[in-house]
Design a protein. Structure first.
Length: 279
């Protein structure tokens, strides 16, 4: 299921970021609403949005035929690889705020990026052993190809013959306009700076607590609640970036602060059962 927080990509979901750590096998697939405040274009750009949907797949360890599985998935949704120019363009992936990187490729369909294909090498400063295979699908862009539509807002959102036929723009154009204004001009920067500090402090506080929970008597490391605060800090940084109130030097410092939180969360997760901890 999607994660119920504001994230910049499906990769931020703990089912990907945290579960890529440790040695336990894992597989997950889910749709994730994603927010990138700086990508807002007031609903006018044909394929760029500040809020959009990704389909995220993570398989650990990565299967040897992952590329063929991906190409098969395109055919399954109606994209004929004989008719469309599908290219794998080398583009090693990196998420500075997550302290993560991987060997990867952008997947282009007729010249437009529609997916990212990555073999995770490191997350939160931890080497990924075994390596996970990640597929990230840009759902709106893929749907535009399947439906033969040139502008995202013109895509049918339901059956065009339905009693109330809706297009993507009927549902999302107004919110794209409103959030574009909010992200670039409306968000209260004083509050954003304070909320960032609060999220940072809470993440650190949770992870500094003793592993032994006095109420249950169990060893409970709060990796996920702390990671929620890391996610919040990341989104708040993205909003501050969109508002244009962070200098180039400050920007790197903020990225470093979020990355430090992600590393703390990764350190905590590998001390849990799901992360492979053995007493």
């Amino acid at each position: 299921q999607p994660y119920d927080m504001e994230v910049g990509a499906g990769t931020f979901h703990p089912a990907t970021t945290l579960r890529a750590l440790g040695t336990k096998a894992w597989a997950a697939a889910y749709v994730q609403p994603s927010r990138r405040p700086t990508d807002g274009r007031y609903g006018e750009n044909p394929n760029r949005l500040q809020h959009y949907y990704q389909y995220q797949v993570l398989i650990k360890p990565s299967p040897p035929d992952l590329q063929n599985l991906y190409l098969g998935s395109l055919k399954a949704i109606g994209i004929d690889t004989d008719l469309h120019d599908i290219r794998f363009v080398e583009d090693d992936w990196e998420s500075p705020t997550l302290g993560a990187w991987g060997l990867g490729w952008e997947v282009w369909c007729d010249g437009m990026e529609v997916s990212q294909f990555t073999y995770f090498q490191q997350v939160g400063g931890h080497d990924c052993t075994p390596v996970s295979g990640e597929l990230t699908y840009g759902l709106e862009r893929l749907a535009m190809y399947v439906l033969g539509v040139d502008h995202v807002m013109d895509m049918p959102f339901n059956d065009p013959s339905a009693p109330i036929a809706l297009k993507y723009g009927d549902i999302f154009r107004q919110t794209e306009e409103e959030y574009s204004r909010h992200n670039f001009d409306g968000a209260n920067t004083e509050n954003l700076f304070q909320h960032f500090k609060d999220a940072e402090a809470e993440c650190q506080r949770l992870l500094a607590m003793d592993d032994l929970d006095p109420r249950s008597g169990k060893r409970i490391v709060m990796a996920h609640p702390a990671y929620d605060q890391c996610i919040k800090a990341s989104h708040l940084f993205n909003l501050l970036d969109a508002r244009g109130v962070i200098s180039v030097t400050e920007r790197q410092a903020y990225i470093g602060r979020v990355r430090a939180l992600a590393k703390l969360c990764a350190d905590a997760f590998v001390r849990t059962d799901a992360g492979g901890y053995q007493a």
